[in-house]
Design a protein around this ligand. Structure first.
Ligand code: COA
Length: 182
């Protein structure tokens, strides 16, 4: 899957050839990302990123997730993906991150809009969840800008760096998204 989001932004299903640049981006942004994302400290070497990509490629084949690399002006800027797809429950969840040097430009809001479009146009899925740490204002702004609906707080919904975190639960449904786009 490949989507040209605009003149500067492109998203593409993760591939082995992306591994070095994704790992280097993770390495440069370790402190920035580790505050919010539980996997960062377990990503210690290029091998770890490569394993993640190989697993993601397998899951793309099985249609159980869809991870994509975000390119900004040709440079690897971050990842966005459907981290879990359940065709039985008709639902998926979007997860995302950017290198700090790529923030503040609207890249993620546009990528998230594009992947929401892709999901409702090209899959039969009816609902997309986005879970944002209640302290992560920059993350929360993304579903808010796109008109996702805040369903409230999931208390102690995960653990990051040994601490429980609570999430805002944002949702978009196929019919609401269609109406919003008219
Ligand atoms: C969450 C994260 C992706 C948000 O990044 P971001 O740069 O704030 O989000 P966007 O790329 O959508 O950019 C929005 C910013 O660009 C600005 N912007 C510029 N042009 C814009 C446009 N055309 N459309 C939207 N925003 C635009 C916005 O004003 C906003 O800046 P502000 O926060 O200073 O007001 C980033 O902070 C991150 O990766 N954090 C670490 C990992 C993480 O938290 N992941 C989420 C876990 S739930």
């Amino acid at each position: 899957m490949e989507i040209t989001v605009d003149r500067d932004i492109r998203i593409e299903s993760v591939k082995e050839i992306h591994a070095d640049e994704i790992f280097e981006l993770t390495e440069r942004n370790r402190e920035f990302l580790n505050k919010w994302l539980p996997w960062v400290k377990y990503t210690k070497s290029k091998k770890d990123t490569l394993i993640f990509i190989e697993e993601s490629m397998e899951r793309i084949k099985n249609k159980t997730s869809l991870q994509t690399t975000i390119f900004y002006k040709g440079k690897t800027a971050g990842l966005i993906g459907l981290v879990e797809i359940s065709y039985i429950r008709n639902v998926t969840e979007i997860g995302y991150w950017l290198g700090e040097e790529f923030t503040g430009k609207g890249i993620m809001t546009k990528a998230c809009e594009a992947i929401t479009d892709h999901t409702f146009i090209n899959t039969g899925l009816n609902r997309i969840n986005i879970l944002c740490d209640i302290k992560n204002e920059k993350s929360r702004m993304i579903p808010e800008r796109l008109g996702y609906f805040n369903q409230g707080i999931l208390e102690r919904d995960g653990v990051v760096n040994g601490e429980f975190v609570s999430h805002y639960h944002f949702v978009m449904w196929r019919d609401k998204w269609k109406k919003r786009k008219v």
